[in-house]
Design a protein around this ligand. Structure first.
Ligand code: HEC
Length: 152
């Protein structure tokens, strides 16, 4: 009888522990990427490309501020629009339209060497533009990327 009760208590404890563990806060509704707890072994290709773009922008920003010309050999734009996303519901017309716009802005940045400050700023505007619709988590980071460039 005693054994039976101890067994029952143990069983109940296990259930309590298991339940508390799975009650972590869920990802915010409508945020198509920024999960509070992301499995580091399951980062999707699109997210990886986004990370490398953000790192490239950090580095380009420093160079452009020093007046160094950046080029697409050193900083290629990864084709994130063809990569697997964390949340496949982002793959809709508006997303691809935004992806086209950043490709154009990026091309202008790389081709027009005389206005890199202005054109870099336009690229970052496209990051912000798409992220206002799709994945607002990284916006805080992205908003640190623009140059304090003012058109003359
Ligand atoms: C066309 C839309 C679009 C554009 C343009 C865009 N992003 Fe993203 N970004 C996304 C989506 C969607 C995700 C979520 C990807 C995923 O989780 O698979 C994302 C994720 C990210 C992340 C988080 C990656 C992670 O660690 O999980 C960062 C950082 C980021 N983007 C930075 C940028 C920067 C910097 C730019 C501009 C150079 C940019 N993004 C342009 C849609 C866009």
């Amino acid at each position: 009888m005693n054994k039976y009760i101890i067994g029952l208590v143990f069983f109940a404890l296990c259930i309590i522990v298991a339940c508390t563990d799975s009650s972590k806060p869920a990802a915010k509704e409508g945020d198509s990427c920024a999960k509070p707890v992301q499995d580091p072994n399951d980062v999707k290709p699109m997210a990886l490309m986004m990370r490398s773009m953000a790192n490239n922008c950090d580095s380009m920003r420093l160079k452009i501020m020093q007046g160094v010309v950046v080029d697409s050999m050193q900083y290629p734009l990864p084709p994130f629009w063809g990569a697997e996303p964390t949340d496949s519901s982002v793959l809709e017309q508006l997303f691809f339209d935004n992806a086209n716009q950043i490709q154009q802005a990026y091309r202008t940045l790389m081709q027009n060497k005389d206005h890199q400050k202005e054109n870099y700023t336009a690229v970052i505007q496209e990051c912000i533009h798409c992220h206002s619709s799709y994945c607002s988590g990284p916006l805080r980071r992205i908003k640190k990327l623009p140059l304090d460039y003012k058109p003359e």
